[in-house]
Design a protein around this ligand. Structure first.
Ligand SMILES: [Zn+2]
Length: 84
């Protein structure tokens, strides 16, 4: 999956923030892709992969849901205050 980490860390206040990948899970819906004559896929994969990311510096956590290998929805799971 392609994910631009910067779209996650835009809320991180510290320059020292480091993000790590915490694994992913994919739904297991049966799906057979079909292509047209030119090789273009005709369907979107119904399966959704949820990947977890965390910032080890400020403690932020994100879930990224993706379909067809592209990030679809980014959710901040844990939003600590950056007051400290
Ligand atoms: Zn951070």
């Amino acid at each position: 999956m392609r994910i631009d980490i910067f779209t996650l860390t835009k809320d991180c206040k510290s320059d020292a923030c480091r993000v790590s990948y915490g694994g992913s899970a994919t739904t297991l819906m049966g799906f057979t892709q079909e292509y047209d004559k030119k090789g273009n896929p005709l369907h979107r994969d119904p399966n959704i992969t949820t990947s977890n990311f965390g910032c080890s510096t400020c403690g932020r956590q994100w879930k990224v849901k993706s379909r067809d290998g592209e990030p679809d929805q980014i959710e901040t799971v844990l939003e600590p205050s950056d007051a400290a």
